[in-house]
Design a binder for this molecule. Structure first.
Ligand SMILES: NC(=O)c1ccc[n+]([C@@H]2O[C@H](COP(=O)([O-])OP(=O)(O)OC[C@H]3O[C@@H](n4cnc5c(N)ncnc54)[C@H](OP(=O)(O)O)[C@@H]3O)[C@@H](O)[C@H]2O)c1
Length: 263
């Protein structure tokens, strides 16, 4: 395999577009997610349209044993991971004390632990080679606390902090880490996270996954450390976090997360 990326969450949304962009550059990939049929269909498409090799490794990233097995398989096949794209993630709505703990626990496994573990597994070899690109897909949610999506926002805050910190540790090594922060994006994520009825989304449409993925892939290739997608998101995040004190920001964040059906 050549110029291989390991891409998590390649079965839909932003991850699938990242896989398509990577393949269009003539680069191979290992495609990871749970829905194997979707990954196989994507692998066929990438082979057909771009002549690249794609290996499908179905894996539930919420399962620590499955994560270990994924890493052992890749290391065992001696595939050099030149690009690591930590994109898989999911959210969920509701007061923390009432949400199913299994769901928040799995969210931390996928959004936090898988990101850290895959980075720890593949970064050392990149550093030895003096070359490599890592892209973490975080979120604008990573910049503030999110009442009613407490675990999701906190998980993305981890990725924003972790990504920047390790990027700084390895500065000048030839390996870069880019953290992409999309805002609201039209993918399966919104319905799966039970966010369709949110007041803040009333009548609002976001971009599709393609421009977000293009922005992130470009930033990764340039070796940028942190990037927020979309001017509106940048203004909102910079403005809200720099200008508003926490005691104002928190209730506003809470209000924006309420559902229309909450009255
Ligand atoms: N859409 C938004 O508004 C938005 C905004 C900011 C950030 N993001 C972030 O962008 C990333 C991609 O999300 P998306 O919007 O493209 O949503 P999506 O279409 O729902 O894609 C999520 C991907 O993650 C994978 N995934 C979820 N749980 C997994 C698990 N346990 N094991 C392995 N793979 C798993 C899914 O694959 P399977 O279901 O096949 O396993 C899917 O490929 C996420 O990290 C999300 O937090 C999204």
């Amino acid at each position: 395999m050549k110029h291989t990326a390991l891409i998590t969450g390649a079965s839909s949304g932003i991850g699938r577009e990242l896989a398509r962009i990577h393949a269009a550059c003539g680069r191979d990939a290992i495609l990871v997610a749970r829905r194997e049929d979707r990954l196989e269909a994507l692998a066929d498409e990438l082979r057909r349209e771009h002549g690249v090799e794609s290996v499908v490794l179905a894996c539930d990233l919420a399962d620590p044993a499955a994560r270990r097995s994924l890493i052992e398989t890749v290391l065992g096949r001696k595939i050099a991971i030149e690009y690591l794209i930590n994109n898989a993630g999911f959210g969920g709505h509701g007061p923390f004390a009432k949400r199913p703990w299994e769901s928040d626990h799995a969210m931390i496994q996928v959004n936090v632990l898988a990101v850290a573990e895959l980075t720890r597994a593949f970064l050392p070899a990149m550093l030895e080679r003096g070359a490599g690109r890592i892209l973490h897909v975080a979120s604008t949610a990573g910049f503030l606390p999110g009442p009613l999506q407490a675990t999701y926002y906190a998980s993305k805050a981890y990725v924003v902090s972790f990504g920047q910190a390790v990027a700084e540790e390895i500065r000048g090594s030839g390996v870069t880490i880019t953290t992409l922060c999309p805002g609201f994006t039209e993918t399966e994520f919104v319905e799966k996270a039970d966010l369709t009825d949110l007041r803040m989304l009333d009548g609002r449409t976001g971009p599709g996954p393609r421009p977000v993925a293009e922005h992130g892939y470009r930033a990764m290739e340039r070796g940028r450390t942190l990037t927020i997608h979309g001017l509106g998101n940048r203004v909102l995040i910079e403005g809200a976090t720099r200008l508003l004190p926490r005691n104002v920001l928190l209730p506003l964040s809470h209000l924006s997360m309420k559902k229309k059906s909450d009255g």
